[in-house]
Write a protein that binds this ligand. Structure first.
Ligand code: AMP
Ligand code: GLY
Length: 427
């Protein structure tokens, strides 16, 4: 079967790498893709916001499955357009993607169905938002309602910072994503992501993962798309795990009750609070970089899973997982998440991949016409390692990191460090 994967990040390289292992996979087209390759994969220069162009390409190339990686095309309804011409698609339509595309929509759904989340207010009027802020006080969290590439959230310790965040949203810092502002209670505890495959009826969980959102060591500095991740998460109790899973199932049932046909991955971002797990956010897709530790542990055929999701045949499906631990470290460009240079040559990936249990996923890379691999984004590579113990996976990942060079290579050397110390590290 020919497959079309939409996206160009480390997540998509991990998806393509897993799909390439399936016996039924012929060509995997990746639009637009990056410098990363897998057997049978081919980059195609498609404008994914042009739905007609995507559909035309899929028809001309006998594509049997379209997989949509990032949130923007999901929110724009690409999955609806693909399904409308009868091609199976992995990823929710625009109605389901609102769970990620509008924080207000997602908070309202959670409140209607009794899914625990931070107390909040949502506003389209600046004066009302500022009055609410004054009422509830700090610390507080201010969020742009719409998609803002992970940059729309401010955790404000003082009133000036909170006020500034509200003002910036209404002054257009995030464009139309900020015309509605959500202000919510600050939750505390470790964060944990639980992703599930769902066809809108059945829910199949993946192993929990923990991302490291802040740019610098010790969880300091600005929020990023994610600087490193591991899976499973040793600090999650069985009870917390069961609660998170029950909440994901409740959300899938809630979507069905709302008449939303949801097929793809539902990503729950949880805070493990002293009162139990609460939902920070939902994403309508695989996490990036969570996917880069989850899929290397999947022993089932990803193409079969995705087709079962897309065709609503997930009931009765069983997933098989590798029992090893996975740790992934992000190598970023100097300056990320601020300004950074691109076009810098990268070396050492082959020697990193010779190490046992190591996989290197490309994120912000491109293969130049002269055959040289160069940096092309903020997050450049994801260095993932599997190990029989958490420590072994971590050691292997950092050994592989040392093999790779590019000018200004920036990474956190403490991915998974707190998990090794145990739960008390979050107190
Ligand atoms: P979101 O995009 O809503 O997941 O927010 C991005 C990050 O901001 C989360 O991963 C948390 O680290 C932080 N965050 C969001 N909401 C809250 C909250 N209510 N309390 C504490 N931290 C939060
Ligand atoms: N790793 C966070 C996300 O994918 O949104």
């Amino acid at each position: 079967m020919n497959i079309l994967v939409i996206g160009n990040g480390g997540r998509e390289h991990a998806i393509v790498s897993s799909l390439s292992l399936s016996a039924d996979t012929e060509t995997i087209f990746v639009a637009p893709g990056n410098g990363g390759k897998a057997p049978g994969s081919e980059n195609v220069a498609l404008d994914v916001s042009d739905h007609d162009a995507v559909i035309d390409f899929a028809k001309r190339n006998q594509v049997g499955l379209v997989v949509i990686g990032p949130e923007a095309p999901l929110v724009a309804g690409l999955a609806d357009a693909v399904r409308a011409i009868g091609i199976p698609c992995f990823g929710p339509g625009a109605a389901g993607a609102q769970l990620e595309g509008s924080k207000k929509f997602s908070k309202e759904l959670m409140c209607r169905y009794g899914i625990p989340t931070a107390a909040y207010g949502s506003f389209t009027d600046k004066a009302e938002a500022l009055a609410y802020l004054k009422d509830v006080g700090v610390p507080i969290v201010v969020k742009a309602d719409g998609l803002a590439a992970g940059k729309g959230v401010t955790v404000a310790a003082d009133m000036d910072e909170a006020r500034k965040a509200v003002e910036e949203c209404f002054e257009g810092r995030f464009g139309s994503a900020g015309t509605t502002v959500v202000i919510e209670e600050l939750l505390t505890g470790p964060e944990c992501s639980l992703l599930v495959f769902t066809d809108g009826v059945a829910t199949l969980p993946m192993a929990p993962a923990q991302d490291h959102k802040r740019a610098y060591e010790g969880d300091k500095g600005p929020n990023t798309g994610g600087m490193g991740v591991y899976s499973p998460v040793p600090i999650v109790s069985e009870e917390e795990h069961a609660t998170m899973l029950a909440l994901m199932e409740k959300t899938v049932a809630a979507l069905a009750k709302e008449g939303i046909d949801y097929r793809g991955v539902l990503y729950g971002g949880f805070m493990l609070t002293p009162q139990g797990p609460k939902v920070l956010e939902f994403n309508a897709r695989f996490g990036d970089p969570e996917t880069q530790v989850i899929l290397p542990r999947l022993r089932s055929d990803l193409l079969e899973v995705m087709l079962a999701v897309a065709n609503r045949q997930l009931t009765g499906f069983e997933l098989k997982w590798d029992s090893r631990w996975a740790v992934s470290v992000v190598l970023a460009s100097e300056g990320y998440p601020g300004e950074y240079e691109t076009g810098l040559p990268i070396s050492g990936i082959e020697s990193a991949e010779e190490l046992e249990g190591v996989m290197v996923y490309h994120a912000g890379t491109i293969l130049r016409e002269d055959g040289v691999l160069v940096t092309a984004g903020g997050r450049v590579l994801n260095v993932t390692a599997l190990g029989d113990s958490f420590r072994q996976a971590r050691d292997r990942a950092y050994q592989a990191v040392d093999c790779i060079s590019f000018q200004g290579k920036q990474y956190r050397s403490d991915i998974g460090a707190r998990a090794e110390q145990g739960r008390s590290a979050w107190q």
